[in-house]
Design a protein around this ligand. Sequence first.
Ligand code: AMP
Ligand code: MG
Length: 680
Amino acid sequence: MASSQPKLTAAILIISETASKDPSTDKCIPALSQVFSDLGSSNWTISTTTIIPDSIPAIQDAVLKACDQGINLIITSGGTGFAVKDVTPEAVGPLIEKQAPGLVHGMLASSLQVTPFAVMSRPVAGVRGSSLILTLPGSPKGAKENLEAVFKLLSHACLQASGGDSRQMHSGGVKKLEKEAGVGGGEKVGGHSHGHGHGHSHGHGHGCGRDHGHGGHHGPKAHTAPEDRPQQSNDPSQGPSRRYRHSPYPMLSVKDALQQIDLHTPSPTTITLPVNESLVGHVLAEDVTAPESVPAFRASIVDGYAVIAGPDAPSTKGTFPVAMISHAQAGEHQKLQPGQIARITTGAPLPPGATSVVMVEDTILVSKTDDGTEEKEVEILTSEIEVGENVREVGSDVQAGDVIMRKGEGISAIGGEFGLLASVGVKQVSVYKNPVVGVLSTGDEIVNHDREGELKRGEVRDTNRPTLLTAIRGSGFEAVDLGIVSDKPGALEQTLRDATRKADVIITSGGVSMGELDLLKPTLERQLGGSIHFGRVAMKPGKPTTFATIPVKSNDGSRIDKVVFSLPGNPASCVVTYHLFVLPALHKLAGVEPKGCARVKVQLDGDVKLDKQRDEFHRAVVKAGADGLLHAVSTGGQRSSRIGSFKGANALLCLPAGEGNIKKGEMVDALLMGKLIGDV
Ligand code: AMP
Ligand code: MG
């Protein structure tokens, strides 16, 4: 590459728990920087160096950030071994759009010349967007050797990945390329001769190659190694014989999955709504100030007589003429003169000049008008009326100009917030737009739940869609019914495409397991250009829960992400994962804080058995006991197909994986899905 060309950029991401706590322990950044300055200082600029702990979301965030910045070469160092904490290939693998097995081969081959232990490294390499990503081992020496083995070829690969004209770059033949890269014909690159024809034929996006998720996973054990299996692909058109036979998606913890959801769910957008019933269930996007005071006039708190009290007035005690009447209605009054009183009702304005109101109970009628219909004189029995007594002063409830509600506060159906806005005459407010949620079921076996007649063999009544629609509306959000979609690839793609126009969040159920008809993940990734942020979660039920975003153009031309949750088909799994994963995303979009179900401590009213492998979300009825504690009773059988496990349930017990039982009387965490029930 001629040095007159703009420099290529590189990011060095060190993946190390130790160095992330104490950067001074890192020796990889200097070692790798050395390779750049020794072998390519005129071509390269190192634009970022970062140290990240061994966490899949943290690694993915850093890689995605570098990709978004258009960095040409992203190299990671560390986390490629077999230790439990080593997750770099699992984090980086799913991000790679085009695999580069040649680079992996080159790196491994060069390491093998140094030590047979090189077989214990699990590197991945490939292209995402315009970035080339390489995962190097964590030892400074190993990382340096690996990088050196392929370094001279990288600028060429990066230029192609960033859109360079491949035909032009290859026009001088392989000899010219080798010369430019500084690798002589036949010279070993990573221990292999650099044969033309592989490494230079790009652009044939092969869908296989997410084949590195097999280290340290929980759950059922496969008894064969991936490389012993037939070539795999997530391209449905290749038929069942070529489908993945093990899940290529790393298994995330629930916590990491929730973090991914928070990271990739778009921030709320703002709309203006009138102050009417449509406002309930929204969160304010800005502070609200009161345009008016409440009360707007000096008002009486009681039924009685407005009087003039205070140091300048003679005693209020005595007999006075009733000079005027003030009812609770709009209108003007004359000034109350010393020696006069005015009959007044609760909430009515005090006449000008009046200082206080005497309760009717502290008075007696002395005389009537001649026609006998009205009070003429009234005697006040007390001299102890103070200035301001029984008067609501202007603005004593709310002062005009005061901030009455803050950004982030919600408008509930209980009434307080709505009432406050109404009382001061606020006409419209700026709120976060509540997401619209589309719901579809997938599966050729699924029929409408209310279809007449008996089920044919193999048919299943749609439980998930009507249940989710109800749950979403119950959570206060708008739900759109997208129907049942068959397991034929085109149908799913078309429905999802249409759904991105109708909904902000799309929930599908079914089709996320490992069967050959399970089309969701390939359709999301391959047909809709979506990114799958996770495809498996270490939990029971709900393991295949999948979370993705699909980029779409909004009406104003800007790019927005539509959020897709592909929930498991089994109804209990589907509803658990709705409450656990979808609700926090809806809350984020709607600006609701805190997000998701409330977490409380509950006492078990019976033993519950733990799952050995996975954290479990066990359906339970939680009641407030007379002893002041929350008590939980299991709903019984928890099989993921058994939606009956939700009957009466208002909580999910959060049970850790483990041996044996948690005993009656012990306290566990629970997520509240519904209202607390009293036990008295
Ligand atoms: P799948 O993930 O599509 O293989 O579905 C797993 C299981 O859930 C199968 O037994 C399906 O028949 C069942 N299932 C899928 N979708 C639904 C639904 N909407 N209602 C009831 N059962 C379903
Ligand atoms: Mg299915």
